[in-house]
Design a protein around this ligand. Structure first.
Ligand SMILES: Cc1ncc(COP(=O)(O)O)c(C=O)c1O
Length: 389
């Protein structure tokens, strides 16, 4: 059994989650349950592989051999029953950078790109910073379960300048695993209007409670030809610091266009540890991931029970995937400013501000459950005590 209860001191490791607290919350005195990495040790096999490689005293330029793509092919087959070929894969130095390269490759300045909001904040910036137009397809909140507004999607896709639908699947922060029929509707609308689908599937390995992620490109051959998938072992195995991800497309024209932008920007070389980390995680991480998901489910159920007993006005939809929960604080009837102030100053917990995911996030906060359960309990106790004061 892997030990996810263990408290690991991240102090002094330049961890974003800890060391940016002062900047983000104005204080270091908050329990950090915000940015999406985990407070758990990476799988021992990954640690070992990195340490073995680090023992060699030369850290020169690196290449990724066939074992890199083999690890990916096998992983996608075993986790997602998705059969892909080696030459459909290209390394990328991060999912967000890969999305940026695709925005540059497949749209022009002024073109429209559709996103389902609220959404992971870089979805806005990767569009706006490249002078493209954000087309907000606001998700419909059906009592906590979010759904895509297909009528609006059809209207937006039909606009002459719309080039791309940037799909977040599973969705961060609302925790949806899109069903086959939802993906088929996305595919039909996008193909009808010549809109390319960029499928960010970075959270795909973290489907919980029996939900099964369906890779967008696996639903049919035409969807595969009209899309690029973005995947990574980073969220799954808590190895985001290695900047290692990859893109998949069976449409080699698209893949080559992607590649040419990545090469033009000279970002194709990759980190020395990138191949080592991905290969060891994918080849050895199955059991670790199984136990991780079970731990995350326990944490989610714990929070569900805790809130219903002690903070019943707070609501969240049990996530179908990801270790992020999207908590609705609206019953407290606080302004977002006062809610933030309460959480930081009174409860001393650091959550992601719902507003940073879009205006739909007013009244919400995102809580990262990927910490030892004792830490989660402490944070909830803090909130309860502060509320009852
Ligand atoms: C939907 C989504 N895409 C991409 C990323 C980050 O990807 P990367 O660090 O590989 O750029 C995250 C991280 O939270 C995410 O939630």
């Amino acid at each position: 059994m892997y030990d996810f209860d263990k408290i690991i001191n991240r102090q002094g490791t330049n961890a974003y989650k800890l060391d940016l607290r002062e900047k983000n919350f104005g204080t270091n005195n908050v329990i950090p349950l915000w940015v999406a990495d985990m407070d758990f040790a990476a799988p021992p096999e990954v640690q070992q592989a990195i340490q073995d490689r680090a023992k060699h005293e030369i850290y020169g330029y690196t290449i990724r051999k066939e074992e890199f793509t083999s690890a990916i092919v096998n992983w996608l087959q075993s986790q997602h029953q998705w059969s892909i070929k080696h030459d459909w894969i290209e390394y990328s130095p991060g999912v967000v950078p890969a999305i940026a390269f695709s925005v540059l490759s497949f749209s022009n300045e002024g073109d429209g790109i559709i996103i389902n909001t609220p959404v992971y904040p870089p979805f806005y910036s990767v569009i706006a910073d490249n002078n493209r137009k954000v087309l907000k397809n606001s998700l419909v909140n059906n009592d906590g379960r979010y759904e895509i507004d297909f009528a609006l999607l059809e209207e937006q896709a039909a606009l002459p300048d719309t080039k791309i639908f940037l799909l977040c699947s599973p969705h961060n922060p609302v925790g949806r695993v899109w069903s086959r029929s939802e993906l088929e509707r996305v595919d039909a609308i996008c193909r009808k209007h010549g809109v390319l689908v960029l499928a960010d599937e970075i959270h795909s390995d973290l489907a919980l409670f029996g939900h099964q992620h369906i890779p967008f490109a696996s639903i049919n051959d035409e969807a595969a030809k009209n899309s690029i998938s973005f995947m990574a072992p980073s969220k799954t195995f808590n190895i985001a610091g290695f900047s290692t991800s990859y893109v998949v497309s069976s449409n080699l024209k698209l893949l080559n266009a992607y590649r040419s932008t990545q090469n033009r920007l000279q970002l194709h070389m990759g980190h020395l540890f990138s191949g080592v980390a991905l290969t060891s995680a994918y080849n050895n991480g199955h059991e670790w991931l199984k136990q991780l998901k079970s731990y995350l489910e326990t944490n989610v159920l714990f929070i569900e029970r805790y809130l219903s007993e002690s903070l019943p006005e707070l609501r969240f939809f049990r996530p179908e995937a990801t270790y992020l929960i999207w908590i609705d604080f609206k019953n407290w009837q606080l302004s977002q400013k006062d809610l933030k102030k309460f959480l930081i100053e009174d409860a001393k917990v650091g959550l992601n501000d719902g507003i940073s995911f879009g205006p739909e996030g007013n009244g919400f906060m995102r809580l990262n459950v990927a910490s030892p359960i004792s830490v989660i309990k402490q944070a909830l106790d803090n909130i309860t005590k502060a509320k009852n004061k």
